[in-house]
Design a protein. Sequence first.
Length: 292
Amino acid sequence: MARKTLRSKLRLGCQLAFTALSNGYVQGFFKGKIYSGPTKYACVPGLNCYSCPGALGSCPIGSLQAVIGSRKFHLSLYVLGFLMMVGAILGKAVCGFLCPFGLVQDLLHKIPGVKKLRRLPGEKYLQWLRYVMLGLLVILLPMVVVDIVGQGSPWFCKYVCPSGTLLGGIPLLAGNPALQSAVGWLFTWKVAILVVILVLSVFLYRPFCRYLCPLGAIYGFFNRFALYRFTLNEDQCTHCGACRKVCGLDIDPSKTPNHSQCIRCGKCLDSCPHGAIVSTMARRKKKGETVS
């Protein structure tokens, strides 16, 4: 139990620290203005809105749409290279440790007194929505649906992203009265999406990550071969079901320890009575101790 508590506390601490660090421009929240310094040209690993008044960096999904939708379209080697580098090292551990909106969902799910759901009806099909978001709203529509001067729109950010609404739109409006008069149906629509996601997060673990997040869809591709991944020792596994029981995403690590939905929270590692599931980090540490 101590190991589990320590791991959980360390992950929460990492989430809080990274959220505070990536949104560290405190003046922006009071002035209602977006930070535009030199660090804004760099992407952060998680889904952290560019328009958040405190954001010191850019969201990789927003950056990807901006490049694809530009009238002078060109392949952004920086954004793609950044996503591939982070994905190859951490995989979807980014979602579990470095995403501010992931933290919001985690905290909401801790609210007691309500029946928690393991999954929604049609879960197998709903999970494909995140690939639709990635392929259609992040890549295809910004590329082909353009205005008179050839400029595309950031469709996902503009019409869906609840993280942008919570961390960007609402704080900007709260600190900038001039913008409040310009609020229209689009903002109302995005607030409605945000409310649905937040309420659902109380009952279901990370609904946005499960069904809608295009960034998680990208990082999920790397889970099988990322530098940080999980390994199952078949000789030690008894398939008792303890790991699946504690998994908030209803994954069975004894069958797919590197499932594309896994955010590397580590609950399965702590719950296994036989130590059959280990991370690559733990394996390297164990080998080092053996050599020494």
